[in-house]
Ligand binder design. Sequence first.
Ligand code: HEM
Length: 443
Amino acid sequence: MLFRLWESPAGESPAARLVPDGVARLVPDGVGRLVPDGVGRLVPDGVGRLVPDGVGRLVPDGVGGEHLLVTRHAEVRAVLADPDTYRPDNALDAVTPMPASALRILVRHGFRLPPTLANNGGASHPAIRAEVAELLHPHSVAAQRPWLSSVVRRRVSGVSSDLAAGRSVDLHAAIAADLPLLVLARLVDLPEAETAAVKTFARAALELFWAPLSADRQNHLATVVGEFHTTLRDFAAHGDGLAARLRAAGHGPDVVAGALFFLLVAGQETTSQFLTLLMHRLATTPIPPDARTADIVEESLRLDTPIVTWRRVAARDTTLGDVRIPAGTSLLLWLTAAGRDPAVVAAPDDFRPGQPGSRRHLAFGAGAHRCVGASLARMEAEVVTEETRSLLRSVTVLRAPWSPDNLTFRMPDAFVIGPQNGVPEAEAVRPQIGHRHRRHAGL
Ligand code: HEM
């Protein structure tokens, strides 16, 4: 392992047993105390106040890179709002440099990641973004809501039956894992593939590009990502919908496949992760009964966002606050810290739906690259909140979701609950992801 794993004291829950120090090690030495955040990651104590001027000094990522850590809301927002000075070119760069062996595997599968969406600071970005945005128009998203509500209601009813029978349930697998992919497939033409295969590919991609890794692991992940990429390339050449529209607009096969690649990862895996973190929040934090669903979702996005950090690179010598930044510096924007900045939110560390500043989080980024799926993610989260909220008030958390070491994504795994006063963790059952993805399936 390139990153050190810290053993927590004996007796702590297994969810927090191996505590990764990926993001945590970015904290400048001697500033702030590190504490477990309950989902397996160390976060600084009082994150928003961690670096007094909001722009830290260069900190190592533990795998050979250095980043300028930006934590305060105002500075994070300023960077995101200025794509000319702070370009998005490094957004998808591999945190752990790829060895020649992994690169060979990717090349063998024809894998390329040209600038398309999040990593595209060039002239082609607005048009590619507009194609995607049209498919995710708020009207189209709203039209999916009744269908989604009925799917989630049926699933929650199954969960309730299991709990009533004394069985434990993994809510990540039972509700969150495949749901965003099923919704996405109703909005965007995607290649025919099993849900489980898409999930495996997407999680492999997040690990390959954002985790600290050994060379063996990189080779394995490169194989998984490369094999799925051949499916994407084939769809990019012949598929309908977005693929056809990008082809018609004159984009070459690498760009079409690259856009599909990003959409398949960003458009469903992030939301799956968020739904799991949100349900964990609903099960563990007392929420006033009159709290509005939309306010609960916003407050959870602020505190539980699945994307902890995002990167930009300085295009020229510049200054941020009073910190001089040479051209080429990688900036690590700590989105969760910005969401807890006391300058914008009244009670930064408390979960208070509707509190002043709650909506000013930067979970979806900002500016020209702001998340184009934000309204879709919000709609899905609102439906899940509506359908699970009352159930989750009276369950036992048997296993909190655990997040592996990753610079950017939380990637929570199983979240196991049982009936109130339920069984101990060792007896918890973990269902498999069993659904097969079929476009327009009436699930
Ligand atoms: C809770 C779920 C989600 C979170 C937290 C999230 C967060 C983000 C963030 C932080 C960015 C980078 C923004 C920037 O650079 O300023 C981004 C970009 C993007 N997201 Fe999301 N996202 C989520 C769900 C989705 C969904 C559901 C879709 C589509 C179906 C989507 C599609 C995209 C795309 C296409 C971009 C690139 C936009 C561009 O560069 O123009 N995301 N997202």
